[in-house]
Design a protein around this ligand. Structure first.
Ligand SMILES: Nc1nc2c(ncn2[C@@H]2O[C@H](COP(=O)(O)OP(=O)(O)O[C@H]3O[C@H](CO)[C@@H](O)[C@H](O)[C@@H]3O)[C@@H](O)[C@H]2O)c(=O)[nH]1
Length: 419
């Protein structure tokens, strides 16, 4: 069997809720648990022996992805390419536009993964399910359970419980349809191109100059899944493994924690260990080999420290992401915070945010993608974020605040966006 994988990474206009973290680097490359977000997808794909090529599909300028793709080829030794859409073509439009590249070598099927989800992707298990189906599936969707209340923020699937055929599919319905939601991970038969082609050719105004911008795009969800449901050609593979979207900056801390936890079973060499002349490590912590951490610092649980970062004496960090080239001076405390690249945090300073985790008392609860402001126009409590090249003085407190790049903070801040 020969398979390929397509990862949909979107473009610069997407991922706005991820700001300011997506101001300096395309959102798909933002590091979570020490690796660019979509490297986790690539790693999951590379672990499936039949996947021979991974295609990243998006409309970011190619030079923004070039180094990353080169690094990925070296790390995983499989074919990886970035294919750039000339404009946003939609979740099925891009696949259709590059159908020749996807079909070359005659793959039996190809995976499609949304770049903005994270999880413990059971790709091999899903493939086994897909290939075991007696009637061929044009598209198999990975589905998972959500709460009744949250389900309407996703694509909702009604399945035949015995055969797992999809009977009904609604994209982000206005009222409750089903607890079973679309994870944004698919296996498609190459025959899907015929379906997308029919839609492409059925658009009469395609060449009209008055055509509104955006009508050129084709959506896997609305244009393919909704009409195909109930025809016996679409199936759902259910998973109860960890899965989430990464939409808001707050979800980076949550995803970081879970990916670190996964390292415990699969990649223990990536986790920092305790030892003499080493900092105290609590729980799961990733420290880039080039980072310098003072032995009197205490890190964890759930901390990632990037390239060339310098962590001073007596520093305490918990539930946070410290990006590359950042310096945290002695005795500072960092909790539920993302510290952007090249930032400096003075001594005896406290950076603290509020976690936005899924409700632990509700089974199947996902992260709420809390908007920045509440209805009174006030900032919703969230993780604290420092953009890149921010300088925080010594002996101040920055609480539940978002600091845009290149800012020298003069004093303490609480619940503010600092522009
Ligand atoms: N290449 C490319 N990628 C795109 C484009 N538009 C969106 N994407 C990528 O496609 C994925 C889906 O993004 P959205 O269109 O914003 O959809 P969504 O709100 O995330 O919902 C989708 O994912 C949910 C799971 O996370 C699903 O539940 C839902 O049904 C739907 O498939 C993201 O990774 C995004 O970067 C495009 O024009 N081109």
């Amino acid at each position: 069997m020969m398979l390929k994988a397509v990862i949909l990474i979107g473009g610069p206009q997407k991922g706005t809720r991820f700001r300011p973290l997506s101001l300096d680097v395309p959102k798909p490359l933002f590091p979570v648990a020490g690796l660019p977000m979509v490297q986790h997808h690539i790693e999951a794909c590379a672990a499936v022996p039949d996947i021979r090529e991974v295609l990243l599909l998006g409309y970011f300028p190619a030079q923004q992805l070039h180094q990353f793709v080169t690094d990925m080829i070296a790390a995983y030794k499989i074919r990886i390419r970035y294919l750039q859409e000339y404009q946003a073509l939609g979740t099925a439009g891009g696949i259709y536009h590059f159908r020749d590249q996807i079909s070359s070598g005659n793959p039996d099927a190809f995976f499609v993964l949304n770049g903005d989800v994270c999880g413990d992707f059971p790709l091999q298990e899903m493939l086994d399910f897909h290939t075991s189906l007696t009637s061929p599936s044009l598209i198999t969707i990975m589905g998972t359970e959500a709460t009744r209340h949250q389900s309407t923020m996703y694509g909702c699937i009604v399945e035949d419980k015995e055969t797992h055929q999809i009977l009904h599919y609604v994209e982000k319905p206005s009222t409750f349809v089903s607890n079973l939601i679309n994870c944004g991970v698919y296996i498609c038969s190459p025959d899907i191109f015929k379906r997308v082609g029919e839609i492409f050719n059925s658009r009469p105004d395609f060449y009209s100059l008055e055509d509104e911008e955006g009508t050129e795009s084709i959506w896997l969800e609305q244009d393919i899944l909704m009409p195909i449901a109930g025809t016996g050609q679409a199936y759902v593979y259910n998973t109860d493994r960890w899965w989430s979207q990464i939409k808001t900056a707050g979800s980076a801390i949550y995803a970081n924690r879970h990916y670190l936890q996964l390292y415990r079973t699969t990649k223990t060499d990536r986790l920092a260990t305790n030892g003499s002349d080493k900092p105290t490590i609590i729980g799961d912590v990733y420290i880039h080999p080039s980072a310098t951490v003072d032995p009197s610092a205490m890190l964890g649980p759930n901390v990632s420290v990037g390239k060339n970062a310098v962590i001073g004496a007596g520093v305490r960090i918990r539930e946070s992401i410290i990006l590359g080239n950042t310096t945290i001076q002695e005795h500072s405390c960092v909790l539920y915070t993302v510290v952007g690249w090249n930032s400096t945090v003075g001594a005896w300073t406290r950076l603290e945010g509020t976690p936005c985790d899924p409700n632990p008392n509700k089974p199947f609860a996902k992260m709420d993608n809390v908007p920045l402001f509440n209805n009174d126009g006030k900032l919703n409590p969230s993780i604290t974020i420092l953009g890149c090249n921010v300088t925080v003085p010594a002996e101040v407190i920055v609480l539940n605040s978002i600091v845009l790049p290149y800012k020298d903070l003069p004093h303490s801040y609480k619940n503010e966006i600092i522009l």
